[in-house]
Design a protein around this ligand. Structure first.
Ligand code: 13P
Length: 270
């Protein structure tokens, strides 16, 4: 119980038993997102979709792909209406303005983009993404009609509950209680991203339950509805057990999403 121990158990509601947890989970649609980071030229991205689409039939999960900015428009065209949403990997909080090199929510919407990953740890660590900016970005995405996926995660393998609490408090401060459940949260422990060492299913469940409990401190109703994804070395082999965890509602997958066969296998496990 490392994460819980870090902040104490205050605010963590009584889960109400496994059956109730699984019943609540069944009310939430699973979401599997491929975060391609800075991979795939346009032709490669389009070829991927031609390969993967026939492999995705029969799933009840929501599916999204997040390519680089350059491939967003072509992928919207390639998958239009085929049950795969196209998400961006970042956006600016302002709708327009003197921000060289940035892209805004209305610009993404104009392309047919349906959602956006915000606050990925690589953006926080390598590009100076701040909680202060995220406080603006999450509501800006919601206002524009984009599905925000807010990434949070701790760097310390043996704890880090305070980091999660702080990130969630600050990054969601601009979101009204009524809209809290419309945000998707991706729990991505930094030590698991691209390292070959995933969190165990028990760790992913514990952290997701903790994140849900933090949301419950603001709104118990939103906490029941909000979707929480796990990210960090998700593989086809481990995804069945991972996605069956009562508080894990899907996955944010990078490496394994670059190959159509492994991405489709993860979707099939949801
Ligand atoms: P990997 O799946 O490559 O570990 O990356 C996780 C990630 O960063 C998803 O956003």
């Amino acid at each position: 119980m490392a994460i819980m121990d870090c902040v104490g158990r205050a605010g963590v509601p009584d889960a109400g038993g496994d059956d109730l947890l699984l019943l609540r989970k069944a009310m939430r649609t699973a979401l599997i997102v491929g975060n391609w980071k800075m991979h795939k030229l346009i032709a490669e991205a389009v070829a991927f979709t031609a390969d993967v689409l026939p492999r995705l039939s029969g799933t009840r999960a929501e599916i999204a792909l997040a390519p680089a900015f350059t491939a967003l428009g072509p992928l919207v065209q390639a998958v239009g209406g085929a049950g795969v949403a196209i998400y961006a990997q970042n956006m600016h909080e302002a709708p327009f303005g003197p921000f060289t090199g940035e892209v805004s929510a209305p610009m993404l919407v104009e392309l047919g983009v349906a959602g956006v990953i915000l606050g990925h740890s690589e953006r926080r660590r390598l590009f100076g993404e701040t909680d202060r900016a995220l406080r603006q970005k999450v509501p800006a995405a919601l206002r524009a009609g984009l599905q925000p996926i807010l990434c949070v995660g701790q760097s310390d393998r043996s704890g880090g509950g305070h980091e999660l609490r702080q990130q969630l408090q600050e990054d969601l401060a601009g979101v009204d209680e009524e809209q809290l459940a419309d945000v998707v949260i991706a729990y991505e422990p930094l030590w698991a991203i691209g390292t070959g060492t995933a969190a165990t299913c028990a760790q992913a469940q514990e952290a997701s339950a903790f994140v849900r409990a933090l949301v419950a401190e603001r709104s118990p109703a939103a906490a029941e509805r909000i979707r929480i994804l796990y990210g960090g070395c998700v593989t086809p082999a481990a995804s069945g057990e991972l996605l069956a965890q009562p508080d894990v509602d899907g996955a944010l997958v990078a490496d394994a999403s670059l190959d159509p066969v492994s991405f489709a296998a993860i979707v099939a496990a949801a």
